[in-house]
Design a protein around this ligand. Structure first.
Ligand SMILES: NC(=O)c1ccc[n+]([C@@H]2O[C@H](COP(=O)([O-])OP(=O)(O)OC[C@H]3O[C@@H](n4cnc5c(N)ncnc54)[C@H](O)[C@@H]3O)[C@@H](O)[C@H]2O)c1
Ligand SMILES: N[C@@H](CCC=O)C(=O)O
Length: 896
């Protein structure tokens, strides 16, 4: 068989690009687009424009916007026309004094400047705008932008808005993404998340199917941004279309070529779609884009210490884009999966167009009337070039964001990305306006194209994903792997639930957690019933400590590193017992195991430091008692014990009563790593008196307590000379100032207040709203939406976000959950969900007065108090502020 090479030659591609560029010069340039492009060429251009959309357009508080405008006036781009520069300087001068006048005017100016990129959703404006754009013969893909989706209310609003768009006679194509229609997506509960998305989106697809039956085709494109949503989006998409009545509906999904996973995903979709076609169903369409949000993926990878999900170079992404298209654009494959080629890079478009011609896949199929390959661009971008391309390839599909003017700030994320694209020299868009007149730029882009094509020619195989973590496999091998001593410290990565193998591993752990017996044997064997027995434990520990302290630090460090490896190998067991005994969700328990492992390796390395001080002789404590709390029942006990061991001391650990099996499983891991049992003694005390003896015995050199402030006082009262390291109670507050992004602030407050049902000293137990934030309807609405949408339940259910409290609510917590003080009202009233009194929905009380019980008391449960403060001085009195470190004070000064 002869294989015909259909790959277009670079000369052909370059010639076509040249022709398009020449033709594009005959089209008038949109003045606003031209101006924006010029601004972005200025060295301050990107900072100015991004600062403007983020700092002047976004804040609700006009005074904040006014101050930002004044700051930005200092870096006005010199490439702006003189009259605009003068206007900005004047505006900047007056903005802090007259923000109510100046800010709205400047916002109008910017809106006009970017108006060609985003449509106004006002009904009276949308229809004419759509009609005007469609006159060009192009088709519009409408995407409704909105506030961040923190809860079901906003998710419902977004879905309804999109439904209403699609129901219009002048709309036949919409885009929507899974994370905007379901607010509480957790990859740990993947199957439930898919079911949720399918349930929410099906009516939209039914609307399209009904229109199709009437001969008026309507198209839904399922968008995708975050890597974690890749599997979910594909599963939801195929599940929706598998439903009876939707077999003949053509619909689309996006794949992002900057993910090495894209070709594998394309092949999976092709297989599924081919089977659907074989049964007489409609084809699907895949829109191939380069990527949606690289910066977000980089942050996600850094935060979790996961490999970057995307390629790290633009060239690799460009190659993969061609790899996916090269594979997908054959007549047989296009019968089941039509392709949308999305992008503005003229070389890539020319390449694809020539490839389509060479493979004979340019003409619409006679059965569907649809082109097998469509070309897709963004509204308002490089309109002259788009027009030149359109003349060759036929109708374009324009991605068209739509936003309500009152919520224009939500277009910010979209705009910032567009602005960055336009400004970054890595991107083709930065060259768009000069390509025709600047041969050097054209050469740069041609060379980039050639390099990416060479990458394809070198490798047409299916790339492996970057993220491959598999806890099930690690568990079998991790025990034997211990990092070598002296190699430095590196944080342990949490488990990545975006990966199917990890999700299956997690589900199995939660299934076992319901009736686990882990730790039972160890804690039974640790029972101490008499003072003499406890004395024996101390004596054995003291003797073991002498041998341990005599070891070279490197030997102690090696044991601690092995302890880290053992903890890692038992990650599943530790999560299992935390879910069972402490009510921790897997999303909370998994990072806690990482923290415990980190303690092992961190302290192993610190042990080495003890021998590094010339002339100093280190004299360790012999017996250290560790008394941890129940709320971090693995990491905190591990931290105390490992620190003691690293310093050459023995450790006697008495876990908190409510979570002693968690402590026992952690200790078993350390024993398995080679920590001698008498050096690390686990005790469960039979009486209160033994507790007093544990802390006050003269043989004890040091006590490490994490717990209530009152407990620290009690310990001190047992023995006044006790060397006590105590980390105690906390009443933690989040202060939200008017310059904050209110959507993000609401999300952070809700997550911090109700993670582990608020049972953390670090939980946001108070939200202090400064100035205008206290009256912001949006902040309140978003906070309430986030809080009321949280899924409360048992940790054995992977969909649970907030588990039960440790024991039935009583005392100060019960009072806080059920009563209000003077001036307070429920923003969200908590409800008891079980007879026992352990499961409560989260509660938010507002109107909290300074000095009240809600202000001053640590409730340690799912209640958030909301207070208002006139200004930052009231929120953090200057006397308090002076105690902060200078960099913190400086940061606060900037906030205002
Ligand atoms: N500052 C931090 O880093 C931090 C971290 C976690 C928890 N906490 C605090 O811990 C508290 C919740 O934990 P908790 O309820 O387990 O605290 P707790 O003070 O009741 O108990 C802490 C530890 O002390 C032991 N203990 C208490 N009384 C004792 C006695 N008479 N004799 C011997 N041992 C005794 C307990 O058994 C437990 O092991 C909250 O106040 C929280 O803020 C602080
Ligand atoms: N290290 C804990 C603080 C412990 C407070 O209870 C946290 O991550 O919140």
């Amino acid at each position: 068989m002869t294989v015909v090479d259909t790959t277009p030659r670079t000369e052909e591609v370059a010639a076509l690009v040249q022709r398009w560029l020449k033709e594009s010069e005959t089209h008038p340039v949109e003045p606003a687009a031209q101006r924006l492009s010029e601004v972005l060429k200025d060295p301050n251009g990107l900072d100015f424009t991004v600062g403007f959309v983020d700092g002047v357009m976004r804040p609700e508080d006009l005074r904040v916007a006014g101050r930002k405008l004044a700051d930005l006036a200092e870096i006005t781009p010199t490439l702006l026309p003189g009259y605009l520069r003068a206007a900005i300087k004047t505006g900047g001068f007056w903005a802090p004094k007259l923000p109510g006048v100046v800010v709205p005017i400047s916002r109008r100016v910017l809106r006009a400047m970017v108006g060609h990129l985003v449509l106004d959703a006002t009904p009276s404006k949308l229809g004419p705008a759509i009609a005007k754009l469609r006159k060009s013969g192009n088709r519009l893909n409408l995407n409704l932008l909105g506030e961040a989706v923190l809860g079901e209310r906003e998710a419902g609003r977004r879905l309804k808005g999109t439904y209403d768009f699609l129901a219009r006679d002048d709309v036949d194509y919409v885009s929507i993404k899974v994370s905007s229609v379901v607010s509480q997506l957790s990859m740990w509960s993947f199957d439930e998340a898919v079911a949720d998305v399918v349930e929410k989106l099906t009516p939209l697809y039914e609307l399209a199917a009904a229109a199709e039956a009437k001969g008026k085709a309507k198209f839904i494109n399922l968008d995708m941004e975050e890597y974690r949503d890749l599997d979910l989006t594909i599963a939801a998409f195929t599940s929706i279309l598998d439903q009876p009545g939707l077999e003949n509906l053509e619909a689309g999904i996006v794949l992002q070529a900057y993910l090495p996973d894209a070709l594998g995903a394309m092949q999976h979709l092709q297989q599924w779609a081919a089977a659907r076609r074989a049964k007489g169903g409609a084809p699907i369409k895949v829109r191939v884009v380069k990527g949606a949000n690289l910066a977000m993926e980089e942050v996600d990878a850094k935060i979790h210490d996961w490999p970057l999900a995307t390629y790290s170079t633009k060239q690799d992404s460009d190659t993969n884009y061609k790899r996916v298209l090269d594979w997908a654009m054959t007549p047989e494959r296009l019968d089941a999966v039509r392709i949308g080629v999305a992008g503005h890079n003229l070389f890539d478009i020319a390449y694809t167009w020539l490839l389509a011609k060479a493979r004979g896949v340019t003409d619409p199929s006679t059965s569907s009337g649809q082109a097998p390959v469509e070309y897709e661009m963004l509204l308002g971008m490089a309109t002259g070039q788009a027009e030149a391309v359109r003349k060759d390839v036929g109708r374009l599909l324009l991605y068209t964001p739509v936003v309500n003017p009152a919520e224009f700030d939500v277009a910010i994320a979209y705009l910032v990305r567009r602005l960055e694209e336009n400004a970054s020299p890595e991107n083709f868009m930065s060259a768009v306006f000069e390509l025709a007149s600047n041969p050097a730029l054209l050469t740069r882009e041609r060379e980039r194209f050639e390099r990416s094509l060479a990458g394809l020619e070198a490798d047409r195989g299916v790339p492996a994903p970057h993220r491959v973590q598999n806890r099930a496999e690690e568990a079998e091998s991790a025990g034997s792997q211990s990092p070598s001593t002296g190699t430095g410290f590196h944080n342990q990565a949490d488990t990545d639930p975006a990966l199917a193998a990890n999700r299956a591993w997690g589900r199995e752990i939660l299934r076992r957690s319901v009736s686990t017996t882990l730790g039972e044997g160890a804690i039974a064997a640790a029972r101490v019933e008499s003072p003499a027995q406890l004395d024996d434990v101390f004596a054995a520990a003291s003797a073991a400590a002498e041998k341990w302290a005599a070891l070279p630090a490197a030997d102690r460090a090696a044991v601690l590193h092995r302890a880290g490896a053992e903890l890692a190998a038992r990650r599943g067991q530790l999560i299992e017992i935390m879910a069972h005994e402490a009510g921790k969700t897997i999303a909370e328990a998994d990072p806690e195991v990482s923290e415990a492992i980190d303690f092992a390796h961190y302290y192993a390395e610190r042990a080495l430091d003890l021998e590094k001080i010339p002339g100093a002789e280190f004299v360790p404590s012999k017996v250290t008692v560790v008394t941890p709390p129940w709320n971090f029942p693995v990491a905190i006990p591990a931290g105390g014990v490992l620190a003691a061991l690293a310093s050459g001391s023995a450790a006697v650990i008495k876990p908190a009563k409510l979570t002693q099996r968690c402590g026992a499983v952690m200790v078993e891991a350390l024993w398995a790593a080679g920590v001698p049992r008498d050096l690390l003694a686990l005790v469960d005390l039979g009486s209160r008196e033994l507790g007093t003896q544990l802390v006050s015995s003269p043989i004890v050199d040091r006590v490490i307590l994490t717990g209530a402030y009152e407990t620290a006082q009690l310990f001190r009262s047992f023995r006044s000379d006790l060397p006590l390291l105590a980390e105690t109670s906390g009443k933690n507050a989040i202060i939200v100032t008017p310059s904050a992004d209110l959507d993000l602030a609401a999300a952070d407050v809700a997550r911090s207040a109700f993670g582990h049902a608020g049972q953390k000293c670090s939980a946001a137990s108070l939200a202090i709203l400064v100035g205008s934030v206290a009256d912001s309807k949006r902040f309140e609405r978003q906070l309430v939406d986030a809080v009321t949408s949280m899924r409360v339940g048992l940790p054995s259910d992977p969909a649970t976000q907030m588990g039960p409290i440790i024991e039935p609510a009583n005392g100060k917590l019960l009072k806080a959950l059920t009563t209000l003080e003077r001036g307070e009202r429920w923003l969200v009233e908590p409800k008891k969900l079980d007879d026992e009194g352990r499961q409560w929905t989260p509660g938010v009380k507002t109107g909290v007065a300074p000095g009240s019980t809600t202000h001053m008391t640590e409730f340690f449960g799912p209640v958030l108090g909301v207070m208002r403060a006139k200004d930052l001085d009231e929120a953090i009195p200057p006397a308090e502020r002076r105690r902060l470190r200078p960099n913190r004070r400086a940061a606060l000064a900037r906030l205002r």
